[in-house]
Every structure is written in structure tokens, then in C-alpha cells.
Design a binder for this molecule. Structure first.
Ligand code: ADX
Length: 361
């Protein structure tokens, strides 16, 4: 091998995670970072060049200096903290219009949007091509379809519902999950623990909260819990479809999309993700069934967590499960009312103190 011409590029943790997820088959049919036809199709049509529905760009951005050194057909070696982790076969180098594409994908250029802010830190040059992992040790313990599909098979589950989350479990989540448990043989609770914005709940808060839920409330025979490492994009509807695609690749037959899935602020409508799923489903086989569930809330008359699909009462008779309110109570070390969050879950999170939140991006 000619080592003298070896070109390396230092990638950040999010890109390293993409590399791992590509290798593990979570982003199937992608076998590397997108080339321009896939990228353009994804941005404008939500489809790859071969017509597969694909809603979130997965690209490798590199700086201008590196672009100048690249030759088509050669490998670019990808390092993390100086260590060679993988490589990409340089099949194509292309330029993106970050502003234009971001406005299409994110539907906003507001830098208060954490995903937009992150896009603006990237280089406009992208390298597309098949990737490989060199240091296989980084794959140890990572989420892969081999692990999940084996578990589902061992458990004898024919139908499995995937549940995406970036938050500790509250009673609205619990309602959605119990609906799935009643409908499917198993539920795969798969919290996303990669890069998140400052102020979001930390990985520890999400995981510790779920451990309390699993130990105290959920049955063992139909729940599988394991984290998904990838960055949050805060892309609302597009990300909901992307999240479902990952879970389909992991062997799920069903996927839950509730209110404001993967949303942030009020950039996307409360049920816009569900609307996109319905629209895409009309023209395409997405390969997974969706449980599109309306917002659960507490009804004082019914004395239950219900939704507008299952309860006739409105206005003063109902109490919404308000995530912001739960968050501010936990931050002060107070347990939210049990109608909104289980005491054991709240206590596990409160115990973390300041560590319950993401403090740096
Ligand atoms: S997300 O960014 O991962 O979507 P979150 O953890 O809050 O955030 O949501 C996980 C899933 O539960 C998503 O499908 C979301 O739509 C749904 N969800 C969360 N809170 C509610 C709620 N109050 N009502 C309905 N669905 C909800």
C-alpha cells in the first residue's frame, strides 16, 4: 500500500456515529455517505436516486484543503482523535448550497433551531462513496440488526413496535407504549442518546428514568430496551420517517409517531409528522406500519389518561401532560404529580441533580 499519499480527515463524533450506523446496517440501503444524486433526491423529493423514500441527508462534509488533495477512486481515511477509524472510497466530491438546502430540509433558516445551527457549522463540500470501518473494536456493543433481530426471534415476537424518544418517560409516553404492548408481541424502547441541544435531558436522565419504569411497572416478556446512538436533528416530520426507517432496519414491524415527533419550538405542526407519514404511505411502501396516536392527557371525569380519540370531555375537564412543566419541577428537585410522571421515574432523575440535563453541545 502507498502510505506516502495517504489522505486523512478528522471527523467529529456525530460523523463517526454515522459511519458506525452505516456499517451496522441501520441506514440501509445506504452503504456509505451520500453521493449528489441521493443527496439532491433526499433534499427535494425525500427519495434516494433509486426511488427509496429517504428523508434525512447523511453526508460527509470536508474542508476545502482536503478537497484539493482528493482523487476520485482513492480512499480518504477518517480519523477520530487522531486514530484511524474508517475510510471512504472517494466516488464523488460535490458542493452543497447550505442555505438553500437547509431552508428546504429544515423549513427554516432560524439559527435558534439547533439543527439549523449545526448545519451552519459544516463545510459545503461533501464526499460521497462507500465507507468501511478499519478499527472494528469501535463496533463492540453497538446497536445492530443482528442484536435486535436475534432478540426478537429468541422472544418469539412476530410483531415489534419501535419507540423513539429523547426524553424521560412520562405518562403520555407510557400511554403510547401500552397501546403498542396491547397491539404487538413486543415493544422496542429505543431512546436516542447521541448529540442533543443544551437543556435537553441527558442520556443518564433518560436511561435511569426508564430503568425505574422497567423495574417497577412494565412486564419483562414483551419489552426490549437499548439505546440508539445518533445525533438528534430536530427535523420533526422528516426525522420521524428517518427514525422509522432505522427501526425497520432493526427488525421492527411497527413504529409510533405521536404529537410533534422530533420537534423543537414551534417550527413544525403538532401532527405534521403524522401527516407526512400518511402522505408518503399513499404512494410508497414504507415497509413498516405506523401507529399514529393523538396526544394523551388526563381526564378528570374519566379518571384516566385518554386522548381525543377515546374521551368525550374537553376544556376544563382535562389536564395536559406538559413536558416543560415536568422539566422545571424536576430541575428544582420536585416530583411532578403522579398523573404526569411516575414517582420512581422522577426520583431516579432528581437523584442526578445537575447531570439530568445536557450542558454542552
Ligand atoms: S422525540 O424528539 O424523540 O420525538 P419525545 O421523547 O418527547 O421526543 O417523544 C417520543 C415519542 O412520543 C414521539 O413519537 C412523540 O411524538 C411522542 N410524544 C411525546 N410526548 C407526547 C405527547 N404529550 N402526546 C403524544 N405523543 C407524544
Amino acid at each position: 500500500m502507498k502510505t506516502e499519499n495517504k489522505i486523512s480527515y478528522e471527523i467529529n463524533l456525530e460523523t463517526l456515529q454515522d459511519l458506525i450506523n452505516i456499517e451496522n446496517g441501520l441506514f440501509k440501503p445506504l452503504t456509505g455517505f451520500m453521493k449528489s444524486a441521493d443527496y439532491t433526491g433526499c433534499v427535494h423529493e425525500m427519495k434516494l436516486a433509486d426511488g427509496t423514500v429517504w428523508t434525512v441527508p447523511i453526508t460527509l462534509d470536508v474542508d476545502e484543503e482536503t478537497v484539493a488533495k482528493l482523487n476520485i477512486g482513492e480512499k480518504l481515511f477518517l480519523t477520530s482523535n487522531g486514530k484511524e477509524m474508517g475510510s471512504i472510497l472517494v466516488e464523488e466530491v460535490f458542493e452543497t448550497d447550505i442555505e438553500k438546502d437547509t431552508s428546504i430540509v429544515y423549513k427554516t433558516l432560524d439559527t435558534n433551531h439547533p439543527g439549523v445551527r449545526k448545519e451552519f457549522t459544516r463545510n459545503k463540500y461533501r464526499v460521497g462513496g462507500k465507507t468501511e470501518i478499519i478499527d472494528k473494536s469501535i463496533l463492540e456493543g453497538t446497536l445492530s440488526p443482528e442484536i435486535t433481530k436475534k432478540h426478537f426471534k429468541d422472544m418469539g415476537w412476530k410483531t415489534v413496535c419501535g419507540f423513539q424518544t429523547r426524553n424521560p418517560v412520562h405518562r403520555a409516553h407510557e400511554h403510547l407504549q401500552r397501546v403498542a404492548m396491547d397491539l404487538c408481541d413486543g415493544i422496542f424502547i429505543n431512546p436516542l442518546v447521541g448529540w442533543k441541544k443544551i437543556g435537553d435531558f441527558s442520556e443518564d436522565a433518560v436511561v435511569d428514568g426508564y430503568m425505574a419504569m422497567l423495574e417497577n411497572y412494565y412486564p419483562e416478556h414483551n419489552v426490549f430496551f437499548m439505546s440508539l446512538k445518533t445525533q438528534m436533528r430536530y427535523l420533526g416530520p422528516r426525522e420521524a420517517v428517518f427514525h422509522a426507517t432505522i427501526r425497520k432496519n432493526l427488525g421492527c414491524t411497527h413504529f409510533i409517531v405521536g404529537r410533534d415527533h422530533a420537534g423543537v419550538g414551534d417550527y413544525y405542526g403538532r401532527y405534521e409528522a403524522q401527516e407526512l407519514v400518511r402522505k408518503l404511505q399513499k404512494e410508497n411502501d414504507l415497509g413498516i406500519y405506523f401507529l399514529l396516536i393523538k396526544e394523551p392527557y388526563y381526564c378528570k371525569i374519566c379518571g384516566h389518561i385518554v386522548s381525543e380519540s377515546s374521551c368525550r370531555h374537553r376544556d376544563d375537564d382535562i389536564e395536559y401532560i406538559n413536558g416543560t412543566m415536568i422539566r422545571s419541577l424536576l430541575a428544582k428537585g420536585h416530583e411532578p404529580d403522579e398523573r404526569f410522571m411516575r414517582k420512581e421515574v422522577a426520583d431516579a432523575i432528581i437523584e442526578l441533580g445537575e447531570k439530568m440535563f445536557v450542558t454542552e453541545e
